[in-house]
Design a binder for this molecule. Structure first.
Ligand SMILES: Nc1ncnc2c1ncn2[C@@H]1O[C@H](COP(=O)(O)OP(=O)(O)O)[C@@H](O)[C@H]1O
Ligand SMILES: [Mg+2]
Length: 322
């Protein structure tokens, strides 16, 4: 099989917590605590988990917007955690991000044209006429009209603004797009339009996606494989279908039973998640999920489960699977 576009090994991000009058380090937030995965060319990996599990931190490290504390990130076989500034700039063009809140990520004082020209300038498209042409092309690619170029972000609906965010990500022909909850802020009726657009663009431009969401329902149709994150770790990862049809980790089961399924016969026994995600500055010992797990056993409080392959391509970190 061909080499994956992205491969991440034992990636960690521990944020220092400073305190006291001298601002000394008094602890750390283990936002991401050892995740490993790969993304093949042209596929979509969904990354799911409740808020605070470390999904955005993982995505931002992939783009090197955040410095990893530990671990490696390979892009087309090269470890990008070791690149110089100049090499990093080149590779940045290959990876772009689409954010959850397009309003916050688009400068309100700039026209759409200016917003979309910016990445083109950064990456060296010198002629203004060429850039203007590219802007019109980008707007059409994402289903907007080229006359929208002269408007400001507030003159668009939420869905249209997200289309602008997508156009901006596409401007420099990236290979990888990290979409961090790109539809979470949109009305449900608009969500599927934006998801469909992302899927069409993936085909047309041979894009690879890391698609972050807090809800398993959203990523179901768009993902080839799905990873479920809890407290800075991936607790289950597999092809989409087996993950939805036969989830193994009690956390995945709980997330799934929160997704409304029209066909009632298919609904597994409901597992209601109690309480909130514990603090990543003081994660539980043993299995990080044991404090909320309906199936917790004695060893779960003491021993951290390994992340192992229990069926072909289906990985889970849980003591229920020996
Ligand atoms: N710059 C930062 N400094 C300290 N803690 C942070 C920082 N960024 C994120 N965190 C913490 O890291 C954890 C994971 O955050 P995040 O990656 O945003 O999770 P998610 O995207 O899954 O909601 C959270 O507890 C968050 O408060
Ligand atoms: Mg996030």
């Amino acid at each position: 099989m061909a080499e994956p576009l992205v491969k991440v090994e034992n990636l960690k991000k521990h944020f220092p917590v400073n305190g006291g009058i001298f601002g000394k380090k008094i602890g750390e937030v283990k936002a991401v605590d050892g995740v490993s995965f790969f993304i093949n060319k042209g596929e979509t990996l969904g990354l799911v988990g409740e808020s605070g599990c470390g999904k955005s931190t993982t995505g931002r490290m992939l783009l090197r917007l955040l410095e990893p504390s530990e671990g490696s990130i390979y892009f087309e076989g090269r470890d990008i955690t070791k690149l110089s500034k100049g090499e990093l700039r080149k590779i940045r063009r290959e990876m772009q991000m689409v954010f959850q809140d397009p309003f916050a990520s688009l400068n309100p004082r700039h026209t759409v044209e200016k917003i979309l020209e910016e990445p083109l300038i950064v990456h060296g498209m010198k002629s203004s006429a060429e850039r203007k042409k590219r802007v019109r092309e980008l707007l059409e690619i994402v289903g907007l009209n080229s006359y929208h170029a002269k408007r400001y972000p507030h003159q668009f609906s939420g869905g249209q603004r997200q289309r602008i965010g997508i156009a901006r990500a596409l401007a420099v022909n990236p290979k990888l797009i990290i979409a961090d909850e790109p539809v979470s802020a949109l009305d449900v009726s608009i969500q599927s339009q934006v998801l469909n657009l992302l899927q069409d663009l993936q085909e047309e431009f041979d894009l690879t996606y890391l698609f972050i969401a807090h809800d398993l329902g959203v990523v179901r149709h768009i993902s080839d494989r799905v990873g479920v994150m809890y407290l800075g770790r991936i607790v289950e990862l597999s092809d989409s279908e087996p993950l939805y049809e036969n989830p193994k980790h009690p956390y995945t089961k709980a997330l799934l039973s929160a997704v409304p399924i029209p066909d009632v016969e298919h609904q597994s026994e409901r597992v209601i998640l109690q309480g909130d995600v514990p603090s990543p500055s003081n994660p539980p010992k043993g299995c990080p999920f044991h404090t909320r797990c309906p199936q917790a056993m004695e060893e779960c409080a003491n021993k951290q489960p390994l992340f192992k392959e229990v069926e072909k391509g289906h990985y889970v970190a849980c003591h229920l699977y020996k």
